[in-house]
Design a protein around this ligand. Structure first.
Ligand SMILES: Cc1cc2nc3c(=O)[nH]c(=O)nc-3n(C[C@H](O)[C@H](O)[C@H](O)COP(=O)(O)OP(=O)(O)OC[C@H]3O[C@@H](n4cnc5c(N)ncnc54)[C@H](O)[C@@H]3O)c2cc1C
Length: 474
């Protein structure tokens, strides 16, 4: 077996792995990136963040063309050319992953197209597509193998009727009746795409609300919108017993508060969560430890229990988000480079790219309550925003969670169009330790939705311009 050597090997070329490989090369390390795909990108670029956002952009365009009638502008109903839409989405993915491939070459990262498995704590076996194996000895390794979708028992053997996010993003067809199992962000984003393309979308979620774990006050706005765009949303409902028939796939719904029902669909999208890719990596041949969910355990420097091996991204724990993976990549590489850094973000933003978008960062009022942290919450409804009115989108909310003593901003929640872009201001403010006065004295451009953050800060002092909220007497 041929033998190679790497100062640093990065296993997996997603937003965790390629960010780590690039930074390490920039810092002068000799880097090998092991990733089976021709170019880096991982789940995020090939079958996650990027293709889903490209399709959501089109979905928004379709929906806006329908809404324009209210402003006196009439478009004909959209005619959808699925082949062209698919090739546009593939072009976006190809452009970005191809660009990453160029950066691999420019940085002289040694990209090996193979799957890696540990033989021991300093040796990997690399197996390429035609099963040829190589040995790679390394000084340090970063595991960034990401995650894969969780399946639902009973839904594995139903052939082409069952999709996971990857198949839904393939856009092979537009099913007339689509069932989405799981009301999390992936199910709702992809359900929104297919609803805009003309499918009748039904969502079944076991929990009592959509987006379990997200601030209810924000989710309410989205639920109202989805009630209009989706055929049905079944909460407290378990989908089971799939039966393939000539005319579709029959599903049984076990509702908590009603008798079971059955319905026929053309496709079922299973979107019930993701699990880390930590098995099959030979971790048992190292001292690396994994928890009960399969996440690799690390310290706050991304170091595993095996001192030469680091882990980042989805495989290293929640939240499973691309920007968290890239942030951890920086920590791991800087630690390897001898810098004294730690993973201690004050806020990790999260965005649900539905319409309206939901975005949050830092502490929520529900978390503050459950942890007994005293907070004051200010709310600025978008009904009072000039920009929201000009967009015809006055339904939205900006919420600030504030420490009443220091007046520091602890958390922000947003719902409305563009919330995903706006949340970045909140992250910077929380990281910089800004207080409400810093926010209210920072001039925000008019007319923008960002002004709702400034006005929500002014509410704290009872001085918001576009809404009357006198300061509460102590
Ligand atoms: C439909 C969908 C939409 C999403 N939307 C968003 C979003 O809008 N924003 C966001 O922040 N996140 C989003 N995510 C989540 C995001 O994709 C992940 O959090 C992110 O990709 C994690 O990055 P990673 O580097 O940890 O792993 P991944 O991107 O999963 O990359 C892991 C890589 O490791 C490789 N690999 C696996 N095993 C081996 C092995 N043994 N040897 C070599 N290579 C291996 C794989 O081929 C893969 O390329 C979305 C996910 C999905 C499915």
């Amino acid at each position: 077996m041929a033998e190679q050597h790497a100062q640093l090997v990065v296993i997996g070329g997603g937003p965790g792995g390629y960010a780590a490989a690039f930074l390490a090369a920039d810092l002068g390390m000799q880097v090998t990136l092991v990733e089976p795909e021709a170019n880096p990108g991982g789940t995020c670029l090939y079958r996650g963040c990027i293709p889903s956002k490209a399709l959501l952009h089109v979905a928004r365009l379709i929906n806006e063309s329908r809404e324009a009638a209210a402003w006196g502008v009439n478009f004909s109903p959209p005619s959808i050319d699925l082949d062209r839409l698919r090739s546009w989405k593939e072009q976006v993915v190809g452009q970005l992953t191809g660009g990453l491939g160029q950066l691999v070459k420019q940085r002289k990262v040694n990209h090996v197209r193979a799957k890696a498995a540990f033989k021991d704590g300093s040796t990997l076996v690399l197996t390429d597509a035609d099963h040829t194996q190589h040995i790679l000895r390394f000084e340090q390794a970063i595991v960034a193998t990401g995650s894969r979708p969780v399946s639902v028992p009973g839904f594995e053997t139903t052939g082409g009727h069952v999709w996971y996010s990857r198949q839904a993003l393939d856009l092979s067809e537009g099913p007339r009746r689509l069932l989405v199992i799981g009301g999390g962000y992936i199910g709702l984003e992809l359900g929104s795409v297919y609803a805009a393309l003309g499918s009748e979308v039904t969502v079944a979620e076991m929990m009592p609300t959509l987006l379990p774990g997200v601030d209810r006050e924000l989710v309410r706005f989205l639920s109202k919108q989805l009630d209009r765009g989706f055929k049905d949303i079944f909460l407290k409902t378990r989908a089971s017993s799939p039966k393939v028939q000539k005319n579709g796939i029959k599903i049984t719904f076990d509702h908590e508060a009603a008798d079971s029902t059955t319905r026929l669909f053309d496709k079922v999208l299973v979107a019930v969560g993701r699990r880390p890719v930590s098995s099959g990596l030979g971790l048992e041949n190292t001292s690396v430890k994994v928890d009960d969910h399969g996440f690799i355990l690390t310290d706050d420097q991304q170091r595993t229990a095996d001192e030469r091996i680091f882990a980042i991204g989805d495989v290293a724990g929640e939240p499973m988000l691309a920007h968290k993976a890239s942030y951890e990549a920086r920590i791991a590489v800087e630690v390897i480079a001898g810098m004294n850094v730690r993973y201690e973000p004050a806020a990790i933003p999260a965005v649900v790219f539905t319409d309206p978008e939901i975005a949050w960062a830092g502490l929520s009022d529900a978390e503050a309550k459950s942890e007994g942290i005293p907070v004051q919450v200010t709310r600025f409804p978008w009904a009072a925003s000039g920009r929201a009115a000009a967009l015809g989108r006055s339904e939205g909310l900006t919420k600030l969670v504030i420490d009443p003593e220091s007046e520091r901003l602890l958390g922000v929640g947003l719902v409305g169009p563009g919330a995903g872009e706006m949340i970045a201001e909140a992250v910077v403010a929380i990281e910089m330790g800004a207080n409400v006065t810093d926010l209210s004295l920072s001039i925000h451009p008019h007319p923008t939705l960002s002004e709702t953050i400034k006005e929500a800060a002014e509410i704290f002092h009872g001085t918001a311009t576009h809404i009357y909220r006198p300061k509460r007497k102590k």
